[in-house]
Write a protein that binds this ligand. Structure first.
Ligand code: NAD
Length: 245
């Protein structure tokens, strides 16, 4: 019989990114030992080991995951790149590779960072629940692959294989070191381009503080057990009220 690694040994794929780094820092505060797997290393935190590699490389992943019981997958090409081939290669094929590597390494739990845009059809959603269907016409290539990625991860959930999965769906994330949302808003405002309103000014956008998104991920991980209703499910994560935009 194999001795299971401690449930506090985890890996964060995409741990060098905006959300990933916040997640890593919180996990360390909570007493987890953390391995980061990312194509780039951008910081150092005592007690965190860094492994530079591409998640499409199964062998590189297996090496890192073999002493780990819990994996967070929050890596993705930037939505701004709009490169359909890259999104498919990393978000869909790469996520299949992540699942295979987890199963080979006998990881027990996988928490995916999905996106609320997987249910967005172009019209406002208020109080949308998780039973909304996936968007039939996703708004862009990024979202198209986030839908496939989420399906692949949730379908892999198997009590028989001792491999449990869950997906967290944030929308816009803000907070310290955010590379996109606030800097782009400020830049646009400085250029005087915020005077234009698309629609009638009542469009809804949901923004969630990064610490709340992190909290949602850790809660999901800690409650993911063979008999819990979380198995193979996706959860929206949000602050109280969407913002009129
Ligand atoms: P980010 O770009 O800051 O971080 C992504 C990380 O993934 C980067 O460190 C990058 O180096 C890494 N990465 C990319 N391709 C990789 C590969 N092939 N192998 C290994 N690592 C790779 O992005 P973020 O804002 O932190 O987003 C994290 C996750 O949250 C993504 O899955 C994204 O789809 C999701 N999400 C983000 C937002 C948001 O507003 N930021 C909203 C909804 C969902």
């Amino acid at each position: 019989t194999r001795i299971r690694p401690s449930s506090k040994r985890c890996a964060v794929i995409g741990g060098s990114g905006f959300l990933g780094r916040h997640l890593v820092e919180r996990l360390v505060e909570k007493g987890y030992s953390v391995a980061v797997f990312d194509i780039a290393q951008r910081y150092e935190v005592p007690g965190v080991t860094f492994h530079q590699g591409d998640l499409c490389d199964k062998q590189a992943l297996v090496k890192v995951l073999k002493d780990v019981s819990l994996v967070f997958h929050c890596a993705s090409p930037s939505p701004a790149c709009d490169d359909r081939n890259l999104f498919w290669k990393v978000n869909v094929e790469g996520t299949r590779t992540v699942i295979q590597a987890c199963q080979e390494a006998r990881v027990q739990k996988l928490v995916l960072t999905s996106s609320a845009s997987v249910v967005f059809e172009g019209t406002d959603i208020k109080n949308g629940k998780e039973d909304l269907p996936y968007a039939k016409r996703p708004i862009d290539y990024y979202t198209e692959t986030k839908i496939q990625q989420e399906k692949v991860v949730l379908e892999a959930c198997s009590k028989e294989k001792d491999f449990l999965t869950v997906a967290i769906r944030p929308h816009g994330i803000f907070g310290p070191r955010d590379p996109q949302l606030v800097p782009i808003l400020v830049d646009t405002a400085r250029k005087g381009k915020m005077k234009f309103i698309i629609g009638d000014g009542t469009n809804l956008v949901d923004f969630t503080y990064v610490e709340n998104v992190v909290h949602g991920h850790i809660l999901a991980a800690e409650h993911l057990k063979p008999d819990s209703p979380l198995c193979g499910k996706a959860y929206h994560i949000t602050n109280d009220e969407p913002i009129r935009f």
